[in-house]
Design a binder for this molecule. Structure first.
Ligand SMILES: [Zn+2]
Length: 229
């Protein structure tokens, strides 16, 4: 357990006192003061490597029309995503969501979509983490775009365990049948943007898209904060 986790659970007065003793710094450069509690200083934030639009091959896309990501995955991006997911720095989702909303609005097919949908967490994982980072991203994107968020209809019915250490083939097999739509009527003829934090092999997005397609969604897009090379 690190200091910030300990501080998180303490009363605000004590937190302010500890922040006075140990002034928070940017999580990337560790030198700029984090006066505004934004976790990443403006300089580091604007130096995160932006992704360029990629024409993903059909094997990567599956039932998805397109997949777009804001940043290329780098050590710095990894640090920030780690803070969001594992240190519960939920305020970061607002900064991520803002950038993701800009990308969405700049991409005509995305801007015309009907719904934002987070990649669901299995309830076991949700209980461990206490929140779904993809839902937080959807809510932040929605606050900028006004696009509604649908987070109840797609469920993760299989607990797949951590994907990070698996090979591409193992990931594919692991998640292929992990998702189920519980109310297909809600998705008929809809254009849906599935949102996740990181695109790695695309297996998770493809599995979600396959379930959405079976439920009658017409167009399905992927939008992630970062993309691994
Ligand atoms: Zn910095």
């Amino acid at each position: 357990m690190n200091l910030s986790t300990v501080v998180h659970g303490l009363r605000p007065g004590l937190e302010a006192f500890l922040n006075f003793l140990y002034p928070p710094v940017c999580v990337i450069c560790k030198s700029c003061p984090d006066a505004g509690q934004k976790l990443v200083c403006q300089n580091c934030w604007s130096n995160l490597p932006l992704d360029r639009p990629v024409a993903h091959d059909p094997a990567t896309r599956g039932e998805l029309q397109e997949i777009r990501s804001v940043w290329q995955f780098s050590e710095e991006v990894q640090t920030v995503i780690h803070e969001l997911k594992y240190h519960s720095k939920k305020s970061l989702s607002k900064r991520f969501g803002c950038e993701m909303a800009v990308l969405l609005l700049r991409t005509p097919a995305y801007a015309e979509a009907d719904l934002l949908m987070p990649v669901p967490l299995h309830q076991t994982r949700f209980r461990e983490r206490g929140f779904n980072q993809s839902l937080l991203l959807c809510q932040a994107i929605s606050s900028h775009t006004g696009m509604p968020v649908e987070s109840q209809v797609l469920r993760r019915t299989k607990h797949t365990g951590p994907q990070a250490k698996l090979s591409a083939t193992e990931r594919e097999r692991n998640v292929a049948t992990a998702f189920q739509v519980v109310d297909a009527g809600a998705l008929k003829c809809k254009s849906i943007i599935v949102v996740d934090d990181v695109l790695t092999t695309g297996a998770t997005l493809r599995a979600c898209a396959a379930a959405l397609r079976r439920a009658g969604a017409t167009r399905i897009f992927g939008l992630t904060a970062a993309r691994t090379p």
